[in-house]
Ligand binder design. Structure first.
Ligand code: HEM
Length: 497
């Protein structure tokens, strides 16, 4: 090919690239205009920096790319790089114009403002968790049912009721895993264990068949939770929708049995579990909850009540095992606690748990570092200004807890696992959000911390974790986990306690 031919080729390539850039810019501009024009010039000029991107996908590709390539922080990182540290950005995600909030003060403002913000989970998530659960419930119903359901699991005193069951379940699990030399999927087993605990609290226990059916369906439900909402065979979301139908059927069966037993005058357990409370509760007009309302609340609680605790327990165990100094310090604290317990005492008591200061720092650091709930969703019900920028009425808001926890201006060396950073530290409001904040603060936070600490107490005193693939790849959606579900052996190393 002569010089003219090469020139011609390069010109053609340049023209194609130029055309792509122009078309890309034009499409983005038209989409931005289409989404924002109705705001009017003045309100539009007050929006935070950012862009709507391409129609339909918006920022979803870059979000999924960041999380699927193992670099979840690069998503918000790209906004900071392109638009500066405004902490509030605009984007198009989950089919809606959305404001991304990534700094503590702004997160706190949104989370504490119930007048101007309601929950705003994507429709696909609401369809999975349940339209009649807390994720989509009207304000007054939420207040009433939250009070009813949170009271028995909130505050460490209320939790005394469950401590014995948690302690027995944890010790039996560790004993069973270490009774053979086979590898187990440690995460899967922990999820099973935390599920058993939450089923006891909410349903007063369940048959093995019911447990198995529920567990399987919850796994599918969770895998579909942050996936693209494509309801076609072969897609995770489709499997999740089917799993929800099964969950509804199983819980309907449990509810029917309970109602039948109550009619005949039988009660299943001596303590009042959460299902009993939900069946009995009346609003100010004497109206009781319908079956579909009870079932949606249970689906939500049973899910929220085991997934996150199971994952955090796994990560805390892994971090302890990988950091011998931290392990030794945490173990010494537990040994001291054991020495202070009377030989006649059966199992752990709440006062023992209260002495676990360093272990509590290990758990807090794990919560900060792992970011199991990395984002939360709200919707503005009026025009609101946050950090000087407009959040227009009707727009969605995403609160990026993960970005707050991994921000070097909030936590020095954020990528270092360092429990001692919590020593004597009371975090500034909005800087530590593993359980959210405000009216939607996780009602299971005390229960979660208790379960995790009881497990770590027993693990530190007598067991060792050996992973089959210590450098296994991590998958970040829906929750951070090693792709092998932490395949490992659990060995008993001490008989002294
Ligand atoms: C380590 C464990 C846990 C973590 C990290 C966690 C995290 C969270 C977060 C961040 C929220 C707030 C979502 C928002 O801002 O909208 C939340 C809400 C919730 N959590 Fe948890 N959670 C955990 C354990 C539990 C447990 C054990 C239960 C049940 C006993 C539970 C039940 C709930 C419920 C029902 C909500 C919705 C509250 C509402 O909308 O009023 N969670 N959780």
């Amino acid at each position: 090919m002569g010089g003219g031919g090469v020139m011609g080729l390069w010109t053609a390539v340049a023209v194609v690239i130029g055309a792509v850039v122009v078309v890309d810019g034009l499409v983005r501009w038209v989409h931005g205009w289409y989404r924002e024009a109705a705001l009017g010039g003045e309100r539009r000029s007050q929006l935070p920096p950012g862009e709507m991107g391409w129609p339909v996908v918006g920022a979803m590709w870059s979000f999924l790319r960041a999380f699927k390539s193992g670099k979840p922080d690069s998503f918000i990182g790209s906004y900071i790089r392109r638009f500066g540290r405004s902490g509030v950005y605009r984007a198009f995600m989950f089919s809606s114009p959305t404001i991304l909030v990534s700094i503590p003060e702004a997160c706190k403002q949104v989370l504490m403002d119930d007048e101007n913000f309601v929950t705003g989970w994507p429709k696909a998530t609401v369809a999975l968790i349940g339209p009649k659960s807390f994720v989509a419930m009207p304000y007054e119903d939420h207040r009433r049912l939250r009070k009813l359901t949170a009271a028995p699991i909130n505050g460490f005193d209320a939790l005394t009721t469950y401590l014995g069951f948690i302690d027995r379940t944890v010790t039996a699990s560790l004993r069973s895993w270490s009774s053979h030399s086979n590898k187990i999927e440690f995460l899967t087993e922990l999820r099973r264990m935390t599920f058993k605990i939450i089923v006891q609290i909410f349903l007063g226990g369940a048959s093995d068949d019911t447990m198995r059916a529920l567990e399987r369906s919850y796994t599918d439900l969770n895998y579909g939770m942050r996936a693209m909402a494509i309801n076609l065979p072969g897609f995770a979301y489709h499997r999740a929708i089917r799993a929800r139908k099964k969950l509804v059927a199983v819980l309907q069966g449990v509810l029917d049995d309970r109602r039948a037993a109550t009619t005949k005058g039988f009660t299943r357990s001596s303590t009042v579990d959460m299902m009993a409370r939900l069946i009995e509760v009346e609003d100010e007009n004497g109206r009781r909850l319908q079956d579909d309302e009870i079932i949606d609340i249970l689906i939500m609680y049973l899910n929220a009540g085991h997934e996150s605790s199971g994952h955090i327990t796994m990560w805390a165990t892994v971090f302890l095992q990988e950091n011998p100094e931290i392990f030794a310090k945490a173990k010494a604290e537990q040994e001291a606690i054991m020495r202070s317990i009377q030989p006649t005492q059966q199992g752990l008591k709440l006062r023992d748990f209260r002495k676990m200061e360093y272990l509590s720092q290990v758990v807090d650091e794990t919560l900060r570092f792992v970011n199991i709930s990395f984002v939360s969703f709200r919707e503005a019900t009026k025009d609101v200004f946050v950090n000087g920028y407009l959040i227009p009425k009707g727009w969605k808001v995403q609160l990026w807890y993960r970005s707050v926890h991994m921000d070097p201006e909030v936590y020095s060396e954020p990528k270092k696992f360092n429990p001692s950073r919590w020593e004597g530290l009371t975090p500034r409001a909005g800087t530590f959000l593993p359980f959210g904040l405000g009216a939607r603060l996780c009602p299971g936070n005390d229960l979660a911390k208790l379960e995790i600490s009881v497990f770590l107490h027993h693990f530190l005193l007598g067991y060792k974790l050996t992973r089959a693939n210590p450098n296994c790849r991590i998958r970040y959606l829906p929750h951070p986990r090693p792709v092998d579900n932490c395949l490992a052996t659990i060995t008993k190393v001490s008989d002294n306690y």
